[in-house]
Design a protein around this ligand. Sequence first.
Ligand code: GLP
Length: 243
Amino acid sequence: MNIRVFDSDESLAAKAAATIFELIIRKPNALIALATGHTPTATYEHLVKLIRKSKVSVSDLSFVALDEWVGLSPDTEGSCAAYLNQHLFEPLQIAPDLIRLFDALSPDLLSECLKTDNFIHAKGGIDLIVLGLGLNGHLGFNEPGTKPSYSHIVELDEMTRTVGQKYFRTNVKIEKGITLGLKSILESRRVLLLANGAHKSEIVGAVITSGTVPEIPATILHQHPACDFMLDREAAALVETRR
Ligand code: GLP
């Protein structure tokens, strides 16, 4: 795990976007997996600007969403699909057949998992995955105690249900999630885990100083050979003292 601390969220986002952009230049048909949440928004804004400025073609890229709240339609504000459409796919005009989003309204969620895993397989694997970090150490919706697997359906942790309300204007019932698994994350060729803000400092410190334990899913990233942990100063506050 390569720990990189940035002076601000702005510089973190600029570097994360530049790293994704370098991959796009090097591999125009890359498959990129994307987290949602508040953390990566500035990174995606930078990425859209970089792509527009360079006029590089993104027509061969493919994307897969990291996760989704079960029961939400893609046009529900606060859903992962709505977020990715708004922040990346619409501004970049990505063709729908190059995007794999979990259909969280499907009556057959298991087949949604399979479709996502097959999409990843057909594209030759994930080249780069952007991850955020849950306050309970989750990655996507791989909650504490999750065993490494591929895409699956999850009973959400209490903390995730409570914290998750921040994405919605009204109270939304969120009990289950559908997510890429820890195996899909570990098999990605490159991982960028982003964390910003003082509220993430405790969990960031715990992840970095702990060995791999199922209680803190993000600790599995210690096993990844090409994982950058990109932190702003606030999120990294406990890193130096605990290392
Ligand atoms: C959410 C999502 C994750 C996200 C994480 C952090 O619940 N399931 O994909 O990365 O928690 O969210 P945020 O960036 O808003 O802190």
